[in-house]
Design a protein around this ligand. Structure first.
Ligand code: GLV
Length: 327
């Protein structure tokens, strides 16, 4: 039997890919930037496994080019870059990396929230620009976090981890989702409608996956419901916010500020109007980027590839229905 062939669309942390190479013939894309779609496409006929990132679009034509494909493994918890329904139709299991990044991402969502609330990036710029001439009662005054109201939109595992942090800051917690209602209720959280959450929150933090339903779920109408002192934090996916509506709301003072770890598109274009706003802090999709967590994510992604090549159930599978069908 010929050896399994796997293409990894990027180098990964630690010795994870060396471990994978013991199980298959492994080709690694060594560039810093992702391979073009066509490059992956051309490799597909030879592959039995694909180890990809959220920067790779994995669509039905690509899957059809890989007639021997046994597994697609995404080194991310989100998998909106993959047409998972199409993979299920073709009986291809798709792996992702849930769980391991919850706390790291929640740390970062909170860091972003605090950085924007207390204007830390502006403070750094102020010092570097030589503007720090004295202590002044009004200079760089921000918003209190302690005791404020936090609205968690789509409180899954990461939302619940953010809620735990917020409890330490004595925040009032509002959630609109049923997913972790019990956990959030135990933390003192209240379940309200999305509109009420937006109207009552001092901080709104997004924790929904990107789907047809969540695409642009925060747009002009929703931003208009928010307080003029509110701060919007997004560590989910860029397209859950409507960027044009967000720009207008930030420019016109409809909301106070935003902290975005994710944008639409990524990377954000350098001429994007959001980059002209002092009240919009944008960082390059790094919420899960701690050394330990990114290494664990790579390990999980490799475990999924190895299981898939062996025809075993993926330890963390985004489309378990592929197994139900064959059982
Ligand atoms: C990162 O955004 C992920 O989905 O893992």
């Amino acid at each position: 039997m010929s050896r399994d062939k796997v293409f990894a669309t990027r180098q990964m942390p630690g010795a994870t890919l060396e471990r994978l190479a013991q199980h298959c013939e492994l080709e690694i894309w060594g560039d810093f930037l992702p391979p073009d779609y066509e490059i992956i496409y051309d490799k597909m006929p030879d592959l039995t496994g694909l180890l990809c990132l959220l920067t790779d679009r994995i669509d039905p034509p690509l899957m059809d080019a890989g007639a021997n494909l046994k597994v697609i493994s995404n080194m991310a918890v989100g998998f909106d870059n993959i047409d998972v329904a199409a993979a299920s139709q073709r009986g291809i299991p798709v792996g992702n990396t849930p769980g391991v990044l919850n706390e790291t991402t929640a740390d970062f969502a909170f860091a972003l929230l605090m950085a924007v609330a207390r204007r830390i990036p502006e403070g750094r710029q102020y010092v570097q620009d030589g503007k720090w001439r004295t202590w002044h009662p009004t200079v760089l005054a921000g918003q209190d976090v302690f005791g404020a109201t936090l609205g968690i939109v789509g409180s899954g595992r990461i939302g619940a981890a953010v809620a735990r942090r917020a409890k330490g800051f004595n925040m009032r917690l509002l959630v609109n989702s049923l997913e972790t209602e019990e956990e959030i209720r135990q933390l003192g959280g209240e379940k309200v409608s999305l509109d009420d959450l937006l109207a009552q929150s001092d901080f709104v933090s997004m924790h929904v996956p990107l789907t047809d339903e969540t695409h642009h779920m925060i747009s002009e109408r929703e931003l208009a419901l928010m307080k003029s002192t509110a701060i919007l934090i997004n560590t989910a996916r860029g397209s859950v916010l409507d960027p044009k509506a967000l720009f207008a709301a930030l420019r016109d003072g409809q909301i106070l500020a935003a902290g975005l770890d994710v944008t639409d598109p990524e990377p954000i274009a350098l001429d994007d109007p959001l980059l002209t706003l002092d009240n919009c802090l944008i960082v390059p999709h790094i919420a899960s980027a701690s050394v330990a967590t990114r290494t664990k994510m790579a390990e999980m992604a490799v475990d999924n590839v190895i299981a898939g090549l062996r025809g075993e159930r993926l330890p963390t599978c985004a489309n378990p229905e592929v197994y139900e069908r064959s059982e």
